[in-house]
Design a protein around this ligand. Sequence first.
Ligand code: MN
Length: 512
Amino acid sequence: MKKRDVIEAARPHYPEGQLLELEHAIDVTTEAHKGQKRRSGEPYIVHPLAVAKLLIDWEMDIDSVLAGILHDTVEDTDLTLERIETLFGQDVAFLVDGVTKVGQARAGMRDLESYLPQTKDNLSKLLIAIGRDVRVIIIKIADRLHNLQTLEHMPKEKQVKIARESLEVFAPMADRLGMGGPRMQIEELAFRYVDPKEFTRTQNLLKKRLGKSTRKLGKIRQEVEKRLAEEGVEFEINGRVKSVYSLWRKLQRVNGNIDDIYDLMALRIIVKNKHECYRTLGILHGMYQPMIHRIKDYIAVPKTNGYQSLHTTVITPNEQIVEFQVRSHAMHQYAEGGLAASFHYHEQKTADTYTKKKGHLEKLPSQLQWITQLQEIAGKLRRGEDVPREQLDIDLFGRRMFIYSPKGDIYNLPHGALPLDFAYLIHSDIGKYAASFKVNGKIHPFDKPLENGDMVEVITKKMPQAKRAWLDLVKTSHAKEKLRSQLKQMGLVETLTNAAAIMREKARRRKN
Ligand code: MN
């Protein structure tokens, strides 16, 4: 990777003035890292250049790209944050600072099994960084992806550690941001270090299977191309092969039987718009027999990270099973690039779109509401309040689901959330007065978790219903916090500080 490669990649995307800034940033960074080497023996600058190149490919704004170039300077060179601010402005300095702090926060978290007081500051840095500007995490994902691409040069022990953390933290984070492309790259690279044996075994299994079906699939593809052209559909078509890691994960679910997996290879059809997606699906079903339980409409009901497409699996006259994925260009862009791509399509890309500065984050699409919720946690940590470690895991790294209100509004909740969590998310008073729940039209027990796609109606009473026992019930920190302050007001619970003081006193007495 050379300076020239980065500038050339950037040229179609940014105006002349920004390209000059980029060149300037590269020169300053090259000078700062002068004499430093990567483990591969290459000059250090190849790493920041590669990170910037990824950010350009993901069509991030210029500030992110500049911060990508500069991301290791504050930690590893004499360049100061003040100097960066003078040269490239406050926003770039803010991003570089964020990336530096997230690095430190993760270093602090890595060695901790449990939630210890001294980690709180590191952890809060991480959360505040994400909460204030999600671009910090996107830069961090690019940084991690390039480090994985060059992981072969690391000592073995470090390889496994970095790879495992990538699978546990960075891949889910990319997934949560809807960045399907980077997520898959991280998983493929990391998996081969975490479990090389399983990686090779699964890869061989996949190769063997693909060899058989590739030629047959080519015929189907021609048939489909011909028919779509006849019908006047403008389209692109390509074959997508399942990644080794996702095949391996799926094999665990079907007890290792590869015959039960129908989407080893799929034909992906990209069309102009939503209407054309449904029309194409109709054409496909007119040509081949669909497997009825395998038709998935992720356009009407998107996946929780915002992914949209139509999936269908058909049986051809010579009994071949083929999966099709049909999506529009905008949906495809989102499926690959996630957050960055969504802004690209919906509005002009400015720094404000990503940051909280002007309240823009409240307008994030519903699949990204977790970022807003994160800001609440970040605020608590900033004020020095306690947030239990398990709670962070649920809110930050857990799976998410979409829940609908009767009016059709969509809310995003962590997996395992109860109807009460939903009620508190709509409004704290709806939670307080909630007497019972209907889920998909049927009465639903208080303690039974919701499932993705549920429509929830909260039935309220005139008298407050909130009670102490709910505190052990609710799953989200948002609901816990609102409920606790209501209970305090109603005199139903001692204030936290009192309770803590009593606990301490008890502990002291036990010791003596
Ligand atoms: Mn780096």
